[in-house]
Ligand binder design. Sequence first.
Ligand code: HEM
Length: 156
Amino acid sequence: MQTGLVHLHNILRWVILILLLVSIGKSYSGWKNKKVFTPGDRKTWLFTLIFSHLTLLLGLMQVLFGRFGIFTSSLPEGTSVMKDKFYRFFWIEHPTAMILAIVFITLGYGMAKKSVADEVKYRKAFTYFMIALVLIIVAIPWPFREIVGRPLFPGM
Ligand code: HEM
Protein backbone atom coordinates (compact mmCIF):
# COMPACT_ATOMS: atom_id res chain seq x y z
CA MET A 1 0.00 0.00 0.00
CA GLN A 2 2.73 2.45 1.09
CA THR A 3 4.89 1.55 -1.94
CA GLY A 4 1.88 1.89 -4.22
CA LEU A 5 1.23 5.41 -2.95
CA VAL A 6 4.84 6.46 -3.53
CA HIS A 7 4.66 4.96 -7.04
CA LEU A 8 1.46 6.88 -7.72
CA HIS A 9 3.07 10.09 -6.40
CA ASN A 10 6.02 9.41 -8.72
CA ILE A 11 3.87 8.82 -11.84
CA LEU A 12 1.62 11.82 -11.17
CA ARG A 13 4.66 14.04 -11.62
CA TRP A 14 4.52 13.24 -15.38
CA VAL A 15 0.78 13.84 -15.58
CA ILE A 16 1.23 17.24 -13.90
CA LEU A 17 4.21 18.20 -16.06
CA ILE A 18 2.33 17.33 -19.28
CA LEU A 19 -0.87 19.10 -18.22
CA LEU A 20 1.09 22.11 -17.02
CA LEU A 21 2.96 22.36 -20.34
CA VAL A 22 -0.33 22.16 -22.25
CA SER A 23 -1.86 24.82 -19.94
CA ILE A 24 1.16 27.05 -20.50
CA GLY A 25 0.96 26.55 -24.27
CA LYS A 26 -2.76 27.36 -24.32
CA SER A 27 -2.44 30.43 -22.12
CA TYR A 28 0.53 31.75 -24.09
CA SER A 29 -1.16 31.30 -27.45
CA GLY A 30 -4.44 32.74 -26.09
CA TRP A 31 -2.62 35.77 -24.75
CA LYS A 32 -0.43 36.45 -27.80
CA ASN A 33 -3.14 35.73 -30.39
CA LYS A 34 -5.84 37.59 -28.45
CA LYS A 35 -8.10 34.53 -28.47
CA VAL A 36 -11.50 34.17 -26.84
CA PHE A 37 -11.34 32.05 -23.68
CA THR A 38 -12.90 28.63 -24.35
CA PRO A 39 -14.40 25.85 -22.18
CA GLY A 40 -11.53 23.67 -23.51
CA ASP A 41 -8.97 26.00 -21.92
CA ARG A 42 -10.89 25.93 -18.66
CA LYS A 43 -11.00 22.12 -18.73
CA THR A 44 -7.24 21.80 -19.29
CA TRP A 45 -6.54 24.20 -16.41
CA LEU A 46 -9.06 22.34 -14.24
CA PHE A 47 -7.37 18.96 -14.84
CA THR A 48 -4.01 20.54 -14.00
CA LEU A 49 -5.55 21.76 -10.76
CA ILE A 50 -7.15 18.41 -9.91
CA PHE A 51 -4.02 16.33 -10.50
CA SER A 52 -1.81 18.77 -8.59
CA HIS A 53 -4.18 18.66 -5.61
CA LEU A 54 -4.23 14.87 -5.72
CA THR A 55 -0.42 14.86 -5.70
CA LEU A 56 -0.46 17.31 -2.81
CA LEU A 57 -2.69 14.95 -0.83
CA LEU A 58 -0.42 11.98 -1.52
CA GLY A 59 2.64 14.09 -0.68
CA LEU A 60 1.14 15.17 2.64
CA MET A 61 0.49 11.51 3.47
CA GLN A 62 4.11 10.67 2.62
CA VAL A 63 5.65 13.49 4.61
CA LEU A 64 3.53 12.74 7.68
CA PHE A 65 3.06 8.96 7.65
CA GLY A 66 5.27 7.59 4.84
CA ARG A 67 8.40 5.46 5.15
CA PHE A 68 10.38 8.66 5.86
CA GLY A 69 7.44 10.47 7.44
CA ILE A 70 7.70 12.91 10.32
CA PHE A 71 5.55 10.66 12.54
CA THR A 72 6.78 7.32 11.24
CA SER A 73 10.56 7.68 11.05
CA SER A 74 13.25 9.40 13.06
CA LEU A 75 16.27 11.46 12.23
CA PRO A 76 19.68 9.78 12.57
CA GLU A 77 21.10 10.15 16.11
CA GLY A 78 22.65 13.53 16.82
CA THR A 79 21.53 15.40 13.67
CA SER A 80 18.93 18.09 13.14
CA VAL A 81 16.66 18.25 10.15
CA MET A 82 18.41 21.28 8.66
CA LYS A 83 21.80 19.56 8.88
CA ASP A 84 20.69 16.33 7.19
CA LYS A 85 20.51 16.80 3.40
CA PHE A 86 18.06 13.92 2.89
CA TYR A 87 15.53 14.90 5.55
CA ARG A 88 15.89 18.61 4.83
CA PHE A 89 14.94 17.88 1.24
CA PHE A 90 11.99 15.57 1.90
CA TRP A 91 10.61 17.30 5.00
CA ILE A 92 11.24 20.95 4.13
CA GLU A 93 12.48 21.85 0.65
CA HIS A 94 10.40 19.49 -1.51
CA PRO A 95 7.09 20.04 0.36
CA THR A 96 7.54 23.83 0.59
CA ALA A 97 8.40 24.32 -3.08
CA MET A 98 5.65 21.93 -4.22
CA ILE A 99 2.98 23.50 -2.01
CA LEU A 100 3.98 26.91 -3.38
CA ALA A 101 3.80 25.53 -6.93
CA ILE A 102 0.31 24.18 -6.26
CA VAL A 103 -0.75 27.57 -4.88
CA PHE A 104 0.36 29.10 -8.20
CA ILE A 105 -1.49 26.42 -10.18
CA THR A 106 -4.59 27.25 -8.13
CA LEU A 107 -4.15 30.96 -8.85
CA GLY A 108 -3.74 30.13 -12.54
CA TYR A 109 -6.95 28.11 -12.59
CA GLY A 110 -8.64 30.92 -10.62
CA MET A 111 -8.16 33.20 -13.63
CA ALA A 112 -10.66 31.04 -15.55
CA LYS A 113 -13.35 32.19 -13.13
CA LYS A 114 -12.34 35.85 -12.89
CA SER A 115 -14.48 38.35 -14.76
CA VAL A 116 -11.65 40.11 -16.53
CA ALA A 117 -10.73 40.48 -20.21
CA ASP A 118 -9.68 37.19 -21.83
CA GLU A 119 -6.26 38.62 -22.63
CA VAL A 120 -5.70 39.33 -18.92
CA LYS A 121 -6.92 35.83 -17.98
CA TYR A 122 -4.45 34.24 -20.36
CA ARG A 123 -1.55 36.51 -19.45
CA LYS A 124 -1.89 36.09 -15.70
CA ALA A 125 -2.54 32.36 -15.93
CA PHE A 126 0.54 32.02 -18.13
CA THR A 127 2.68 33.77 -15.49
CA TYR A 128 1.30 31.67 -12.62
CA PHE A 129 1.73 28.38 -14.52
CA MET A 130 5.29 29.30 -15.52
CA ILE A 131 6.24 30.00 -11.89
CA ALA A 132 4.67 26.67 -10.87
CA LEU A 133 6.59 24.82 -13.59
CA VAL A 134 9.93 26.28 -12.50
CA LEU A 135 9.27 25.41 -8.84
CA ILE A 136 8.27 21.84 -9.73
CA ILE A 137 11.26 21.26 -11.99
CA VAL A 138 13.62 22.58 -9.31
CA ALA A 139 12.04 20.53 -6.49
CA ILE A 140 11.64 17.14 -8.17
CA PRO A 141 14.11 14.53 -6.81
CA TRP A 142 15.55 13.83 -10.28
CA PRO A 143 17.73 10.68 -10.49
CA PHE A 144 20.90 12.72 -11.00
CA ARG A 145 20.47 14.55 -7.70
CA GLU A 146 22.90 13.44 -5.01
CA ILE A 147 21.43 11.69 -1.94
CA VAL A 148 17.79 12.56 -2.70
CA GLY A 149 17.68 11.31 -6.34
CA ARG A 150 14.77 9.01 -7.23
CA PRO A 151 13.90 7.05 -10.41
CA LEU A 152 12.12 8.65 -13.37
CA PHE A 153 9.48 5.93 -13.21
CA PRO A 154 8.49 3.68 -10.27
CA GLY A 155 10.59 0.56 -9.87
CA MET A 156 13.28 1.62 -12.36
C1 HEM B 1 3.56 18.93 -7.91
C2 HEM B 1 3.75 18.34 -6.77
C3 HEM B 1 4.72 17.22 -6.50
C4 HEM B 1 5.50 16.49 -7.36
C5 HEM B 1 5.61 16.62 -8.87
C6 HEM B 1 6.23 15.54 -6.56
C7 HEM B 1 7.15 14.62 -7.03
C8 HEM B 1 7.76 13.66 -6.28
C9 HEM B 1 8.57 12.59 -6.79
C10 HEM B 1 8.87 12.35 -8.27
C11 HEM B 1 9.00 11.84 -5.74
C12 HEM B 1 9.87 10.55 -5.78
C13 HEM B 1 8.95 9.35 -5.63
C14 HEM B 1 9.72 8.03 -5.64
O1 HEM B 1 10.50 7.80 -4.73
O2 HEM B 1 9.53 7.25 -6.58
C15 HEM B 1 8.48 12.44 -4.54
C16 HEM B 1 8.69 11.98 -3.26
C17 HEM B 1 8.18 12.56 -2.14
N1 HEM B 1 7.32 13.63 -2.08
FE1 HEM B 1 6.61 14.68 -3.63
N2 HEM B 1 5.91 15.73 -5.24
C18 HEM B 1 4.99 16.75 -5.16
C19 HEM B 1 4.40 17.27 -4.04
C20 HEM B 1 4.69 16.89 -2.76
C21 HEM B 1 4.17 17.50 -1.57
C22 HEM B 1 3.21 18.70 -1.58
C23 HEM B 1 4.70 16.84 -0.51
C24 HEM B 1 4.50 17.05 0.94
C25 HEM B 1 3.67 17.89 1.49
C26 HEM B 1 5.56 15.79 -1.04
C27 HEM B 1 6.27 14.89 -0.26
C28 HEM B 1 7.08 13.89 -0.75
C29 HEM B 1 7.79 12.95 0.08
C30 HEM B 1 7.80 12.91 1.60
C31 HEM B 1 8.47 12.09 -0.78
C32 HEM B 1 9.35 10.89 -0.39
C33 HEM B 1 8.46 9.67 -0.30
C34 HEM B 1 9.23 8.40 0.04
O3 HEM B 1 10.27 8.17 -0.53
O4 HEM B 1 8.77 7.65 0.90
N3 HEM B 1 5.52 15.85 -2.40
N4 HEM B 1 7.72 13.55 -4.90
